[in-house]
Write a protein that binds this ligand. Structure first.
Ligand SMILES: Nc1ncnc2c1ncn2[C@@H]1O[C@H](COP(=O)(O)OP(=O)(O)OP(=O)(O)O)[C@@H](O)[C@H]1O
Length: 359
């Protein structure tokens, strides 16, 4: 099966009478893309993945793989999970203990009625791809956890699924192994030729792996785009504060006479907003500076850590905290003065929606 574009149109899932777990989600993903569903706990990532997999039925909207409608919440029409051409990669792997590695990898091909010769060739190919071809005649009990994981991935991609789904597969690994393994999973995605959807709440993982990211919050889509789109032009304050290492700096102010101000410091001209309205100015984290004294906004230094020859200083301003990248170390526990460039990189209104360009 070749990679299919995946389209979600107005997708919704409601469990009982509570708020929708997924609400009006629309995404058009090109064939061969690697989509990361990203957001905090409970935002609807897993429910979305399970609807694509066929493990959960939508209560509204549609899912299409290319021209095929896979699920339609309005009519209830569904293609069963096993006929969607999907492979799933989980945190834990269940291999058949009584079958050899080769037997495990050939099993889904036997079910799909491949001939013996083709099965053998394909098993050798995917085991080689995962670097475990030398283990073909062993039993799962004779393998390390990492080797079992590779065999399970080989088994998943053997039938050439058009869509690969990953449900937080790295969450049980330590930090170092996560970095190594995520590069391998991207390699698996590329070699498989599938369109992939990957769930995580780790934005670093998302930025490292994705061709496309969908940021979800409370079941709704905040923004969908390439990692660069989201970093360069966040559509909402939530996305601006969620993505990036460090994330963007957001300074909230109030409008007075057409200007957004904070503690007497002018942040931006906002002629469209009435006096008293609140809005936030956004800056990339290397644009503001921190000084021991001078005119500006007073912040408290919470943490200062070295990074690539520079210093990342985390500060508190009111009930917000953010990090600024600079060349000087700032003592923790002291006050510093935040000095801002003349123009912010973006403005967000009181609802966190991006406003038109500032004057
Ligand atoms: N079977 C279910 N019955 C009732 N509510 C559910 C069910 N599955 C999920 N939910 C609710 O739907 C919402 C979204 O859950 P979901 O698991 O999709 O979030 P998530 O973003 O994957 O979170 P996490 O990162 O914690 O796994 C949550 O409020 C959750 O409590």
């Amino acid at each position: 099966m070749t990679a299919a574009p995946i389209a979600l149109h107005g997708l919704a899932k409601r469990f009982g009478s509570g708020p929708a777990a997924v609400d009006d989600l629309s995404i058009d993903l090109p064939a061969g893309a690697f989509l990361v569903l990203l957001g905090p706990s409970g935002c609807g990532k897993t429910t979305t993945l399970r609807m694509i997999a066929g493990l959960e039925d939508p209560t509204g909207g549609r899912i299409r793989f290319g021209d095929r409608v896979i699920a339609d919440g309005a009519t209830g029409a569904l293609v069963p999970a096993e006929r969607r051409g999907i492979g799933m990669v989980f945190q834990s792997y269940a291999l058949w203990p009584h079958m050899t590695v080769r037997g495990n990898v050939e099993w889904p091909l036997t079910v799909a009625k491949w001939g013996a010769g083709d099965r053998r060739v394909r098993a050798d190919e995917v085991l080689g791809m995962l670097g475990v071809d030398h283990l073909a005649d062993r039993y799962p009990g004779e393998l390390s956890g990492g080797q079992q994981q590779r065999v399970a991935i080989a088994r998943t991609i053997a039938p050439r699924p058009g869509v690969l789904l990953f449900d937080e597969p790295l969450s049980n690994l330590d930090a170092r192994l996560r970095v190594d393994t995520r590069a391998e999973l991207v390699a698996v995605h590329r070699a498989s030729g599938a369109t992939s959807v990957y769930v995580t709440h780790d934005q670093t993982e998302a930025l490292a792996m994705a061709t496309h990211i969908a940021v979800l919050k409370d079941g709704r889509l905040e923004q969908f785009g390439t990692p660069d789109d989201l970093l360069e032009r966040p559509a909402t304050a939530f996305v601006a504060e969620f993505l990036g290492s460090p994330a963007a700096v957001l300074v909230e102010g109030r409008v007075l006479g057409g200007c957004l101000e904070r503690e007497g410091v002018r942040l931006a001209a906002v002629p469209q907003l009435a006096d008293g309205a609140r809005a936030s100015a956004m800056y990339r984290p290397d644009r503001p500076t921190l000084s021991p004294t001078g005119r500006g906004i007073t912040v408290q230094v919470l943490e200062c850590t070295p990074a690539a020859g520079r210093w990342v200083t985390t500060v508190r301003l009111g009930d917000r905290r953010f990090a600024v990248v600079g060349d000087a170390r700032r003592p923790v526990g002291t006050d510093a003065v935040l000095q801002l460039p003349e123009r912010p990189d973006a403005l967000f209104d009181d609802h966190g929606e991006r406003m038109g360009e500032s004057a």
